[in-house]
Design a protein around this ligand. Structure first.
Ligand code: HEM
Length: 492
């Protein structure tokens, strides 16, 4: 045998041995399918069906199991008990963010959503405090949502009962609520820059959820070298950052440090205050990436939940009817809905909670990582291991929901028909990384849905089946099927 071939053979043996050692060196990790060199447990994941595949492994290996994405171990947590134990009871250890390869090249560790340690703490505290001061998710901000809900109702009315795909109008409305807090003003729905910004958000989610995006999460190094649409996500994010940068420049020109008008102003003031601190986290890159994170995380999630919710109401017209009865009783037709109305609207509350559970908009959650070596349910998980606390398994946990695969508002109603909480609804996740936009999102879901149903009967000439409304459970986002509906003005 020629000397080159012997060399190649030796190198190959060393490579296979070292991969094997990495994998089996961690023998105290939870059980899971046997990994292969290079590809790990990829063969256990059906092409394009990451979520469904992880779901099936729950049946086979129990509530805590290990997968290998290449040679990286990933610990998957399933069901309410395991996810709560990790994110809430051992929240400090499980609270770090794991890698999200689709966005990492863009964020490079900057910004709120994908950072860790001190940077994350500083940005999270600042973001929560500042958004709150502009009424984010508070009663004082309610009028902005009410106004946007009226605008979207006016848009739907223009169709005179003709069928339409509601996606864009809902996305426009939800995005405008965000824009008013972040940039200080809303946009006209036909504004081309605004439409482009949120087309970017839409396309980014679409790509991250696609088979390409899933493969990128599993084998990021390999996918770096393989051409495909997944490379476009970074370009989209840069385009978004450019748009944000324009707005930052415009804010700077009119900034009054004694009177911040919105999130961008407040961040700019902080940059100025800390300009002599070499370790400051208040810099332009953190401002651009954090704003990008807020727009990305806050628009698609809420608008998809609403779009999904309307589809469910087309399928279950009796649920739609009961909601409208409650709206007529508590709110009537002479005033707009407000968030406090929910206290008297038990059925509506139950339906919205059930929508969030059933649609499972973020079935995988966002990856976490352990900050130190952790003992968990008798296993040892080494520092830095990626954790997938699967929200879809919490929402389909038969110990906490009597009919996990069915849309059933009774999951959130007691025997007297009163709304009852269920801790196993974790649409916003739990623990240290819990969604900071949850209050705003709850307010938006309630006000948009009740305003639409106060004004319209939803109708479609198609009879949707249970299969049509079932969540697809493929990748990062559960979006509903494409559908059109008619908004028929209600006559009371
Ligand atoms: C129905 C609507 C929403 C759902 C279902 C949702 C869900 C989630 C989930 C599951 C996470 C990951 C939590 C974790 O890592 O454990 C998250 C994080 C996040 N969400 Fe939301 N979210 C929604 C709306 C919003 C809104 C309106 C905003 C605000 C603009 C927002 C901003 C964020 C941010 C910035 C993070 C990252 C937090 C961090 O890493 O510290 N989300 N969200």
């Amino acid at each position: 045998m020629d000397i080159t071939w012997i060399g190649i053979l030796i190198l190959l043996c060393i490579f296979i041995y070292s991969t094997w050692k990495t994998i089996y060196g961690r023998c105290n990790l939870p059980p899971g399918p046997t990994p292969m060199p290079l590809i790990g447990t990829l063969l256990h994941i059906k092409r394009g069906e990451l979520v469904t595949s992880l779901f099936k492994l729950w049946d086979r290996y129990g509530s805590v199991y290990t997968l290998y994405f290449g040679s990286r171990p990933v610990v998957v947590l399933c069901g309410y008990e395991a996810v709560k134990e990790a994110l809430v009871h051992q929240g400090e250890e499980f609270g770090a963010r794991g890698p999200l390869p689709a966005l990492e090249k863009f964020t490079q560790g900057y910004g709120l959503s994908l950072s860790n340690g001190e940077r994350w703490k500083i940005l999270r505290t600042f973001t929560e405090k500042t958004l709150k001061s502009f009424g984010f998710g508070l009663k004082s901000n309610e009028w902005k949502i009410q106004k946007e809900a009226q605008c979207v109702v006016d848009e739907f009315r223009k169709f005179n009962g003709h069928p339409l795909d509601p996606s864009k109008k809902l996305m426009d409305a939800v995005s405008n609520v965000l824009c008013s807090v972040i940039f200080g003003d809303r946009f006209e729905y036909k504004d081309e820059r605004f439409s482009k910004l949120f087309r970017i958000v839409d396309e980014s989610f679409h790509l991250a959820t696609s088979t390409w995006g899933q493969l990128q999460s599993i084998l990021p190094t390999l996918m770096n070298y393989i051409p495909g649409p997944h490379h476009r996500i970074i370009q989209l994010s840069e385009e978004m950052a450019e748009f944000i940068h324009e707005r930052v420049k415009a804010s700077l020109e009119t900034l009054d440090p004694s009177s911040p008008r919105h999130f961008i102003d407040s961040f700019l003031i902080k940059i100025e205050e800390e300009k002599n601190n070499p370790k400051t986290e208040f810099n332009l890159r953190n401002l651009l990436v954090t704003t990008h994170n807020l727009l990305l995380a806050g628009a698609e999630t809420v608008s998809t939940t609403l779009r999904y919710g309307l589809l469910i109401l087309l399928k279950y017209s009796e649920v739609q009817g009961k909601l409208q009865d409650e709206i007529d009783q508590v709110i009537g037709q002479d005033r707009v809905p407000n968030f406090d109305d929910r206290i008297e609207m038990h059925y509506t509350q139950a339906v919205i909670h059930e929508m969030q559970r059933f649609c499972d908009v973020s079935p995988l959650n966002v990856p976490h990582m352990v900050t130190k070596n952790v003992d968990f349910k008798g296993y040892q998980i080494p520092k830095g291991t990626e954790i997938y606390p699967l929200l879809c398994t919490v929402h389909r946990d038969p110990k906490h929901f009597s009919s996990p695969w069915k849309f059933n508002p009774n999951h959130f109603l007691d025997e007297n028909g009163k709304f009852k909480k269920n801790d196993a609804l974790m649409a916003f996740s739990a623990g240290k990384r819990i969604c900071p936009g949850q209050n705003l999102a709850r307010m938006e879901l309630f006000i948009f849905l009740t305003t639409i149903l106060q004004n319209f009967k939803l109708s479609s000439h198609i009879e949707f089946t249970e299969n049509d409304i079932a969540p697809r459970m493929t990748g990062f986002l559960n979006a509903p099927i494409y559908y059109e509906l008619s908004f028929l003005p209600r006559k009371i």
